[in-house]
Ligand binder design. Sequence first.
Ligand SMILES: [Cu+2]
Length: 504
Amino acid sequence: MNQYRKIPAGVFAAGLALASSLGFASEGPTDLQGPVVLPPEVLNMPVEQAILTSPPHVPPPINRKYPARVVVNLEVLEVVGRLADGVEYTFWTYGGSVPGSFIRIREGDVVEFHLNNHPSSKLPHNIDLHAVTGPGGGASSTFTAPGHSSRFTFQALNPGLYVYHCATAPVPMHIGNGMYGLILVEPKEGLPKVDKEFYVMQGEFYTTGKYGEEGLQAFDMAKAIDERPPYIVFNGSVGSLVGDLAMTAKVGENVRIYFGVGGPNVTSSFHVIGEIFDKVYPEGGLHLVNPSVQTTLVPSGGATVVDFKVDVPGTYVLVDHSLSRAFNKGALGMLKVAGPENRVIYSGKEIDAVYIGSQADAGSASAKREAELKSKIAAEIKANPAIAGLRKEVQIEKGKQVYMSLCFACHQADGKGLPPAFPPLAGSDYMLADRDRALRIILKGITGPMVVNGQKYDSAMPPQEAVLTDQQVADVLTYVFNTWGNKGDAFTADQAKAVRNQSQ
Ligand SMILES: [Cu+2]
């Protein structure tokens, strides 16, 4: 029996359209319509279970030459996971991952869609698929309480790459917690074959803490309303596509990336450093092809398909070319290409790809080492209270991550600087002579003449107090005071705090 109040369908649709146009596109429960009576030509279609994949994987191409009835079973799960090293977040997901499971169907398919909300969920959720023709894109038909399952049917009328997302109030919060994914509706004639396909989505996270602040972070509604996300990431976390998790291909292969933006608010200037997209299917429509594109703009709630052949080996870095997002908020991924060199196409002198690649690699190796050291500490505490040395080692590894994402650009990875523009930190008599002054330089910056190891410098170093936490300042100085032959005690967050609070 229908447990909800009956509302005439037309009235509901009109109300929904109005609500959407006013900006509160939140779909509550709607009346149950009962199973759809399908005409014989649909009933006679073969029935298939959709293959769903988590990012960066994509289900295999569809080789059918005819439409089918495709059953999609998507599960909503609220899970605690890693947002960045030491940072956790309660993600709301479709299928346990951010972005949610990739769905692949064919133009003309009739989809029987099941949305299953796991009993452990705290909230009801629904789904608005941009591939659906009909009010709310399925949202009103799929509003599902925890421990319930909803079903609706739609026909995929238009080919394209489409975003899906939750549309339960408050909508930006549901999307901001990770509730988005992609559904590909292949055109009848199929897509050109490629060697490798990947699934990447950008989205931002509005945490109460700053970027890198450790512990379980909560959603910050004020930051969301102001569109001030501490994190803008690919595939749900910082480093999701870096180091061992990087995508891989071989020289000569054609690579395709299905790229979408979940948002909820921020658009992407999608770019791969060191590559040119041979083809862009702008805005995820699959008929128009734009050849030879450097950067393609992807709106929130939008998608694109890019194809490119990888001609030379190396590490190609995926970024949002609004670059503070890549280098300070996490929107950075990697494609590692193996195979023989072609020195005519690429001589090996260009620095872009190698530089950033090795930086990210060093960062992720360093993160691994940090985890190893942390478990060592736990073991050591049990057996022996003398743990100061290990704590310092952790600080050095953490500091290296800060150094490799911030300081190395000027002072260089080897700490030797670039005379006469950037002074050395390796063996710097100036730095090693005065620890408080070093703290002050990092936090407040410094300008004017100085002599380091007998060489004169007269330039400016920008203050980092808005970028770094006290702990990060202590870590990075502990790193530079204990690397490249330098020796010194660990710095503490309290020391950094004391200097931060001094007026200059
Ligand atoms: Cu939701």
